[in-house]
Every structure is written in C-alpha cells, then in structure tokens.
Design a binder for this molecule. Structure first.
Ligand SMILES: Nc1ncnc2c1ncn2[C@@H]1O[C@H](COP(=O)(O)OP(=O)(O)OP(=O)(O)O)[C@@H](O)[C@H]1O
Ligand SMILES: [Mg+2]
Length: 337
C-alpha cells in the first residue's frame, strides 16, 4: 500500500491550454474509475474467499468490543477454523497489543499486504502495524479516512478464511458504514454491551444502524456480566459478603469447604432483556474477569493463557450460538441452482 490513500491531482499549479486540461481531467477520471473498478473486483474476490464476515459493534465505548472480537476469533480458531481479525479502529488500534504481536513488521508483495500471524494461527491486520508511532493520535479527514478504510480492506492478502472478524471503534459512524457499503456479503453484526442502562440504550443505535445498512444482527453479547468471588471456609457453613449494592449476599460452603458467589456489578441480565426487546438473538454473557485486563495489557489473551477457564468456556458457548445463527442465515439464503 502506498500510504493510507493516494491522491491524484493532475495539472495542479501548472498553466495549460483548456483542451489539454480537459483531456488531463478525462484521463484522471478514467484512472479513478479504473482504480475503483479494480478495488470493487478485489472486494468481490475477497468476499468469495472468506466464508463468514462478522462485524463487532457497540454503541458505547469501552464495553469490550476488541476483547470480544479477539475472543471470538481465538475461540473459533481453537476449533481448527482459519480466522482473520481486521482491526478497523484507525485512530486507536489496539488489537495487535492485545494479541502480543505489535512488533510485527508486515510483508508487502505484489501491492498486497500480508496480515500478521497471531496466536492460534490467527491472521491479523491493523492500522497499528502501519503507524510509525501507535501512541501518536492520527487525525483523518472524512474522505481520506474513507479511502484509507477501503484500501485497508481491499489491499490485504487474507487468502482463504473460514471467518473474518471485524472490530470497530465505538458508534456507528464512518467506519462501519464504509465497511458495510464496500465489502459484499457480510453475514451480520455482533453487538457488545455491558448490563448498564446507558450501554443498553446505546445498543439500540447499533440495532437501528443494522436496519439502515440491511445487515442482520447475529446477536447481542453481554460483557462484564458478573464477578465470581471464590473462597474456602468451614464445610457446610454460610459465608456472607457485601454485594455491589451494599447489601449482604450469602453463600453456602460445600462439603469440601469451598464457596463461590457471583456478584452482578451492574445489573442482572440486561443484555438478554435488551436482545428480547429488540427481537434479536442473545448469544451469551462473559464474566467480569480481571485476567482479561491483565491479558489485554501483557498481550496474552485470556483464552490463550487459560483455554479451559471460565472466560474461555463462556466464549465457547457464545461461538456455538453464533455458529448456529450463521447456519440459520445459510438456510434462509435463496438457493442458487
Ligand atoms: N469481561 C471483562 N472483564 C474484565 N475486564 C474486561 C472485560 N472485557 C473487557 N475488559 C477490559 O475493559 C477495557 C475495555 O475493553 P476493550 O478495549 O475490549 O473495549 P472496546 O469496546 O474495544 O473499547 P473501545 O471502545 O475503546 O474500542 C480493557 O481494559 C479490557 O481489558
Ligand atoms: Mg476497541
């Protein structure tokens, strides 16, 4: 890729006869149309090579989209699927850091960028690999941003993939719109929320967005659902802890002397309620897990560090439900004879 976007500004600052100007304009227009056509073709080929294309969105920031996008990808890859992750957050890309591969140098061949290799055989593409200093904020002007995103999707040599998971910045502005309009055959969106009213309300916007761009919602994932406290005490006794609302929550200690209690940090079951209200599938919930924060910081994803842990198991359930939704989509698709 020759920088985020290529400009074509023929004749700028030069004096030319009007007829020459016209032909230069025509040539520029033709070149532009040709480049657009090539990109469209490439997008179509890309769409054919990739089994499922899934967008991960949320109305509110910081609810765990990138954590869910990488988790879905790793969980799918654990099942032997070939999976790619596209981090379309071009202003604050953080997927490479989450996967511990931010030092990767990308390989470019025949004008195509080869994605980085991540854990579980993931293929990863992120603007973070292309920025000189990932900590420096990048300001993108509207049309340049649009072109950059299109180039960013079309110029990557993904090869054959079973699934491509696309992570977005929060909200439903330019990025998801551009992807929705440029990449054909997107299977659907996964909407991530936390069980707080503000986050749930914002999910409504993502659902409306899905209607506008006519891409189905594959389901809602509730993140940071409950936090499970565990401990040991006198067998068959009762333990009382102070819950998030300041009220005592009791746990019964089992015969082995172990107890556990799940505290709902925000509110219980909000994600499922929202899914029912919006008439979209509920894919499952993920526990609040401090190991997710550590994993995000030190680059060893929770699923990689503890493939059989609570979080990994919760992801496996979500993936199972997601695959069921994708299979339904295939049943609904018109048969091509
Ligand atoms: N289930 C969880 N338990 C504990 N911490 C979590 C969980 N999910 C996400 N986090 C933490 O919350 C923070 C935000 O998560 P993440 O970056 O995935 O959110 P995001 O929606 O992608 O944010 P942004 O809107 O900035 O893109 C991170 O520090 C992450 O480690
Ligand atoms: Mg993110």
């Amino acid at each position: 890729m020759s920088g985020p976007v290529s400009h074509h500004n023929p004749g700028e600052g030069e004096e030319k006869a009007p007829s020459e100007d016209a032909s230069a304009d025509q040539k520029a227009q033709m070149e532009q149309a040709y480049a657009q056509m090539r990109r469209k073709l490439r997008m179509t080929r890309l769409a054919e090579d990739i089994g499922h294309k899934i967008m991960v969105l949320s109305g509110k920031g910081g609810v765990g989209k990138s954590t869910v996008a990488t988790g879905l990808a790793l969980s799918l890859a654990k099942q032997g699927k070939k999976v790619g992750v596209l981090d379309i957050d071009i202003t604050g890309p953080n997927i490479p850091k989450m996967l511990g591969i931010e030092e990767t140098e990308l390989h470019v061949e025949d004008n195509q960028i080869h994605p980085a290799d991540g854990p579980n055989g993931l293929k990863v593409m992120s603007m973070a690999f292309l920025l000189e200093d990932p900590d420096k904020p990048v300001i993108w002007r509207g049309p340049i941003k649009l072109g950059a995103i299109q180039q960013f999707i079309g110029d990557v040599a993904w090869g054959k993939l079973d699934a491509l998971i696309i992570d977005f910045p929060p909200g439903t502005s330019d990025e998801p719109l551009t992807v929705a309009q440029s990449l054909p055959n997107i299977d659907g969106m996964v909407i991530v929320t936390t069980p707080q009213d503000v986050a749930l309300l914002d999910s409504r916007k993502s659902i409306n967005f899905s209607k506008t761009v006519k891409i189905p919602v594959l389901g809602v994932v509730e993140n940071m659902s409950g936090y499970t406290l565990r401990g040991s005490a006198e067998p068959n006794s009762t333990v009382s802890v102070v819950g998030p609302q300041g009220l005592p929550v009791e746990a019964i200690v089992n015969d082995e002397g172990d107890w556990s209690v799940t505290l709902n940090l925000f509110k219980q079951g909000g994600g499922e309620e929202a899914a029912t209200e919006f008439e979209v599938p509920f894919l499952g919930s993920l526990p609040f897990d401090p190991g997710v924060v550590r994993g995000g910081d030190d680059g060893v994803h929770r699923i990689v560090a503890e493939p059989e842990g609570d979080t990994a198991q919760a992801f496996d359930v979500i993936v199972e439900n997601l695959l069921a939704e994708l299979a339904k989509g295939e049943d609904d698709a018109p048969e091509i004879l």
